[in-house]
Design a protein around this ligand. Structure first.
Ligand code: ADP
Ligand code: MG
Length: 482
């Protein structure tokens, strides 16, 4: 059977405000349990919430970034449910009147095609506390530090058609919220969590199939894997003539499977109603316009500028602007090098390779952007060749000093003196008389194939220091006996 996958994502992003959505308690990760709480976060009856202005500003910023209608009047609503880590018995969220309405994002895929993903809405809500099952034998601990932490829940239309597209979309949201500085983007610490709604339908069918919702997936890789396994599970059921049960599931990365958590509740099970403790939030046009005017450069704008200002290819520009830290690194290095193509190649090539190997983000790169730029300048002015530069980068990485210090200390200066190169070539020719004879007896085609051997020998003899651009022409001349 030929199935089409239909995916809609709900992404919870934690807003990086200093204090909570409805109280003055600090927001933070890793503090002693229940130390970052006020009476409001503890759910004490009669304690009144006060809405955090900064969270509002951040939500409006996001709305502008996804071309959305801004909710000029938004209303907080109570979503009622019982859970030990939710002492109030309801989560304060938004239902009928969210702060951000309909918007969209154009997402670029690996193959260079773009697809538009509709965004239904984004609403503000508070996080719940945490139940700790591991720390206490036979008991559950309740930590309310996280309660009332501000979240922006971003709900997409069911416009996504593959795992790759889902990951590209989440990466783009990640990149936007970190560019805006409204979320730290730390997925491992739960700053961005993703619920995946997924259904299958026979290709060509108009109606959507029954969906399941996989809760709280917190890495790009897990999103992709969870989608693949859930597609397979649903396809197996459907192909056996079965039916999908609408339910909430959990992804287990260790077993790479999804498991049923609970049957799906409907919105009306939550008995949403407007929160009587909070006034509707009414915005002025001036407020909304001011935020729009002060928006920082966004990833897509930066990518466009990298093409027009630095002459980079669309691909390079997109890769470099995908994270603000990477874009900043590139621009800082290039301010020293003043050769965007060379800088782009080295940031995306050798530097990214080392970062991947060490599983480091560019923010934590041991070689700073200026020092990296200074290394590239030495390639540009022919002090070193590319191969030597890789070794120097490794040495810089290991803390052995600046590029110039390492070149000096290890005597890595490229040999650009014609006489010295000629002498090295002569030694190689003397040691390989048979090959020289053969070269001289060959036609042009064969000679071109043989030249690599001699270049290799010379580079080896010079320990990689001979300037390859000079070796070639001198070698050809000397081989011909000129
Ligand atoms: P709920 O409020 O019950 O979670 P919503 O209608 O708000 O339901 O949808 C939640 C998410 O599920 C949205 O991202 C939406 O795009 C997605 N979705 C809705 N129907 C389907 C479907 N049949 N298949 C896949 N995703 C769906
Ligand atoms: Mg939902």
């Amino acid at each position: 059977m030929n199935w089409e996958v239909v995916i809609g994502l709900e992404i919870h992003t934690q807003l990086s405000t200093k204090s909570k959505l409805f109280s003055g308690a600090a927001v933070g990760f890793g503090a002693e349990p229940n130390t970052q709480t006020t009476l409001v976060d503890l759910g004490m009856p009669g304690a009144l919430p006060v809405f955090n202005k900064e969270a509002l500003r951040m939500a409006v910023m996001f709305g502008h970034a996804i071309n959305a209608e801004i909710g000029m009047t938004s209303v907080f609503a109570r979503k009622n449910y019982f859970y030990p880590d939710l002492p109030k018995g309801y989560q304060t969220s938004q239902m009928d009147h969210p702060i951000v309405g309909k918007g969209y994002l154009d997402v670029m895929l690996d193959d260079g095609t773009t697809s538009r993903i509709g965004i239904t809405r984004a609403h503000l809500e508070e996080d719940a506390g945490k139940s700790l099952h591991e720390d206490f034998q036979g008991m559950t601990g309740i930590d309310l530090n996280r309660s009332s932490t501000p979240l922006l829940e971003i709900v997409s239309e069911p416009d996504i058609r593959s795992a790759k597209e889902a990951v590209a979309y989440v990466k783009m949201i990640h990149s936007i919220v970190t560019y805006l500085g409204i979320c730290d983007g730390n997925m491992a610490e739960g700053s961005m969590r993703c619920d995946i709604n997924l259904s299958l339908r026979p290709k060509g069918q108009k109606e959507y199939g029954t969906r399941t919702e996989i809760k709280n997936v917190n890495s790009f890789r897990f999103i992709e894997k969870a989608i693949y396994t859930e597609i397979e599970r649903q396809a197996d059921i459907l192909e056996d003539g079965g039916r999908i049960i609408q339910e909430t599931r959990l992804y287990d990365p260790e077993k790479n499977e999804t498991r049923s958590m609970r049957s799906k509740e409907d919105a009306n099970d939550y008995r949403y109603f407007p929160c009587p403790d909070l006034l509707p939030v009414v915005l002025t046009q001036v407020y909304v316009d001011d935020i729009k005017a002060s928006l920082p450069e966004l990833p897509s704008q930066k990518a466009a500028r990298f093409q027009s200002e630095h002459g980079l290819s669309e691909y390079d520009a997109n890769v470099l602007s995908s994270s603000r830290a990477m874009a900043d690194y590139f621009e800082t290095a290039n301010a020293v090098v003043k050769d965007p193509k060379l800088t782009a190649n080295w940031v995306m090539g050798e530097l990214s390779k080392l970062l991947n190997q060490e599983q480091l983000d560019i923010e934590n790169c041991p070689v700073n952007a200026t020092a990296f730029g200074e290394l590239l300048v030495r390639i540009q002015d022919n002090t070193i060749n590319g191969k030597t530069a890789k070794d120097i980068l490794q040495a810089m990485w290991d803390g052995e000093g600046s590029a110039d210090e390492i070149i000096e200390a290890k005597g890595l200066k490229q040999v650009t003196d014609t006489g010295a190169i000629e002498a090295m070539i002569q030694t190689i020719l003397n040691a390989n008389t048979a090959q020289v004879e053969q070269y001289r007896a060959s036609d042009e085609d064969k000679r071109k194939k043989m030249i690599g051997f001699f270049v290799g020998q010379v580079m080896k003899a010079s320990q990689g220091k001979a300037n390859p651009g000079m070796v070639n022409p001198i070698l050809v001349k000397m081989l011909k006996g000129e």
